[in-house]
Ligand binder design. Sequence first.
Ligand code: FES
Ligand SMILES: [Fe+2]
Length: 496
Amino acid sequence: MLYLTESFSVMQSNASEGTSSMADQSAILEDVRRGMIPAHIYNDQEIFALEKGRIFGRAWVFVAHESEIARAGDYVVRRVLEDSFIVTRDESGEIRAHFNMCLHRGMQVCRAEMGNASHFRCPYHGWSYRNDGRIVGLPFHQDAYGGEAGFKRKGQRLLPAPSLDSHNGMIFISLDPDAPPLREYLGDFAFYLDYYTKQSPSGIELRGPQRWRVKANWKIGAENFAGDMYHTPQTHTSVVEIGLFREPKAEKRKDGATYWAGNGGGTTYKLPEGDLDERLRYVGYPQEMIERMKTSWSAEQRKVVGEDGFMISAASVFPNLSFVHNWPRVAESDDVLPFISVRQWQPISENETEVLSWFAVDAEAPEEFKALSYKAYLMCFGSTGMFEQDDVENWVSLTNTAAGSMARRLRLNSRMGILADDTEVAPALTGEQFAGPGSARVGYSEYNQRALLSRWADHLELPITAAVARDIGGQDEVVPALEHLPSEDTAEVTGA
Ligand code: FES
Ligand SMILES: [Fe+2]
């Protein structure tokens, strides 16, 4: 049997070496909930061991967008931490996520990162699988196993991801077979997700991902994108100085609002006076795209931009998916051009993160817009993007500093926006001022970082139940009934 073995026991090590006991862990969660963040959580092996099981063993994790696997047989290989999955569209058009481990000796079945294949053949001994996961080729089945009597091939398939769901074409998986429906998990954040992923009935298409590793803890980027408007005037001064942005001063960010709704939250910019059309034109959208946005968005979604005057910028969905929307100058003129990027903070360890960064654009956008928007994305948030470089240096340095013994003597103040007695520095906006769901406030605050880390604490507190393992090829197991099975080991292997 195989179990998810993480538990509090990993926390019960030597306190004199600075490691945590169970009681320490409760104190950590308590501190986080009151906005005082034990600095070592940004570089702590034991905390990371808990995060692996209790967060990434349970939460919905983004793996791909449907546009990346548009045709039958298209696949991408994506991970949830160490677990590799083949996310594919099978011959009947159904989207599946197969655990990328051969049922024979456990070799990784598909080693390419993306492609198109009707079957996947394991490089080790040559077992092959249809792209719906069913085993189809088992060399020397009769000679080696004695046929079905020895190894029951019928009904065997690559292990599916325990839960799979999608919203606006965004495909997520969860390692928890009892995960709530994705829409329920997203909650009211789905309202804001539409600004990034539903600008027309066709939705977005993705290009990428660019992938790179940074020596920083995964939570830092997620927190930053969720609500850190406060860093812009300092960290990104040079981007404003060289005129990449039309906004004259980075501190204009304080006029924007942050919002938190459901399982995610983000930041906005305050737009100059105008109606919906004028404001969307201000950030660089051509009229034909504006017309489609107007028919794709609800009255409330239109009001946030058109009447309340807030335009979405960065956002994060717990645990590790972020978005950014911005509108830099892409040429020596006053014209700006908006771009959207989808980004995942894939943890490698407590002090290293793989960033997966996609360019996203409305599928119905004119080709010229797509080309310029891609350029805008690369200038700002691609692997060489100017914002990217500014941000990451902070995050790497923070992670390094969090590793030592002194960081264990420090609780960082993440209470911006509330006074000592928990009253608010600025009140939440009313429904008249902000038509979106959740709670929104103008100005600098750390409500969103606290909300994200509160969910982190909620997950860490809840033990995870042991996963059930099953025998492969045994005679007694209950296997799912399949309508047609291939009769022999003769499938042609066309890829991977
Ligand atoms: S491990 Fe895949 S065929 Fe043997
Ligand atoms: Fe930044």
